[in-house]
Design a protein around this ligand. Structure first.
Ligand code: ATP
Length: 285
C-alpha cells in the first residue's frame, strides 16, 4: 500500500518527555485517527511531520520526500489545521485569502467562498474577534481551499459544537470520495473516529502502541466480564488488561474465540468500543 507519511526511528527529547525510535506509516487514500491521552505526544509528532519542530534524529518522509530538499513541494500538497492561532489577529478572512491564495498553485476561490458560506463565517471581521470554534472553522477553510492531497489536523473538532462536528465529519466523507486524498488527524472524540476513520494510531508516553484498521479493532478485540474467581495465574495470561471491581473482573482480549473455548458461558464476551480499548491500553489499576 502506498504511504503518505513514513516516520522511521524518530527521536525527540524535551525535559521530562521523549519520543524514542518512533516508527509510523500512514496509508494513502484513508482516514487515520491519532489518539492518546493528554501529553502523550500527538501534537509533537504532528509538528515534526509539519517541520514546525525538528526531530533530534530519524527519518521523516511525506509523499516519499524529505522536508530538507522538498519542504515547499510538500507544503503545497498539505492542508494543515490546528488550534493555535497561526494568523495575524487583526486580519480578516478576506485579508488572509489575499495573502494565502497566491502562495498555493491549486488555490480555488470558489471552494473558499463555498466553505465560508457552508461554515457561516464572516469575511470582514478580524480573526481576533472570532470565537474558538470560528477560529477552527477559519483554519479549516484555509486548509481546504487549496485542494490538498493530504489533510493533517490537530484536534480539529475541539471547541466545535455537536452540529458543526457532524457537518465536519460529512465534509471529511465528501473529501474522501476522491480516493487519492488522505487524512491524518488527532482527536479525543473516539465516537467521531468510529464514524469516519479507517485506521487508528494510538500513542502512549511517546510510543506508538498500535496502528490498526478499525475492522481489526472491532473484530479482534473484545471486552470480557465475569466473576473474579475465574482469574488465576494461568487464566490471567489470556487477557491483555484486567481490572477488578469487588467480585467481578472486566478485561480486554485479542483472543475472544480462545476465551470462549476456555470459559464457555461463565463469562460475557462483548464488543469493545474504541474508548474502552484506549482506557485499557492507558493502563488500568
Ligand atoms: N516545546 C516544548 N518544550 C518542552 N516540552 C514540550 C514542548 N512541546 C511539548 N512538550 C511536552 O511534550 C509532551 C507531549 O506534548 P504534546 O503536546 O505532544 O501532547 P498531546 O498528545 O498533543 O497532548 P494533548 O492531547 O493534551 O493536546 C508534554 O509533556 C509537553 O509538556
Amino acid at each position: 500500500m502506498e504511504k503518505v507519511i513514513e516516520l522511521e526511528n524518530l527521536n525527540k527529547n524535551f525535559p521530562g518527555f521523549s519520543i524514542n525510535d518512533l516508527n509510523l506509516n500512514i496509508n494513502k487514500g484513508y482516514v487515520t485517527g491519532f489518539v492518546g491521552a493528554n501529553g502523550s505526544g500527538k501534537s509533537t509528532t504532528i509538528k515534526m511531520i509539519m517541520n514546525l519542530i525538528k526531530p533530534d534524529s530519524g527519518d521523516l518522509k511525506i509523499f516519499g520526500m524529505e522536508h530538507g530538499d522538498y519542504e515547499k513541494t510538500i507544503k503545497q500538497k498539505i492542508g494543515f489545521v490546528y488550534d493555535d492561532n497561526i494568523y495575524y489577529e487583526g486580519l480578516s478572512l478576506r485579508d488572509l485569502q489575499k495573502i494565502i491564495a497566491p502562495v498555493y498553485h491549486d488555490w480555488n476561490n470558489e471552494t473558499f467562498y463555498n466553505y465560508i458560506e457552508k461554515f457561516e463565517l464572516p469575511l470582514n471581521k478580524p480573526i481576533k474577534n472570532f470565537s474558538k470554534g470560528m477560529r477552527m472553522k477559519a483554519s479549516l477553510v484555509l486548509a481546504l481551499s487549496h485542494n490538498p492531497e493530504l489533510i493533517i489536523m490537530d484536534e480539529p473538532t475541539a471547541g466545535l459544537d455537536p452540529v458543526f462536528r457532524k457537518d465536519l465529519l460529512k465534509t471529511i466523507q465528501e473529501i474522501m470520495m476522491d480516493e487519492d486524498k488522505s487524512i491524518f488527524f488527532s482527536t479525543h472524540i473516539t465516537s467521531d473516529l468510529e464514524k469516519i476513520a479507517d485506521y487508528i494510531v494510538f500513542i502512549k508516553d511517546g510510543d506508538i502502541i498500535f496502528n490498526h484498521s478499525i475492522n481489526t479493532l472491532q473484530n479482534d478485540f473484545a471486552l470480557v466480564k465475569g466473576n473474579r474467581s475465574l482469574i488465576d495465574r494461568d487464566t490471567e495470561q489470556e487477557f491483555d488488561y484486567i481490572s477488578f471491581k469487588e467480585d467481578t473482573f472486566e478485561a480486554m482480549t485479542k483472543k475472544p474465540r480462545k476465551i470462549a473455548e476456555i470459559f464457555g458461558d461463565e463469562v460475557i464476551i462483548d464488543k469493545i468500543s474504541l474508548e474502552e480499548i484506549m482506557y485499557f491500553f492507558n493502563g488500568v489499576e
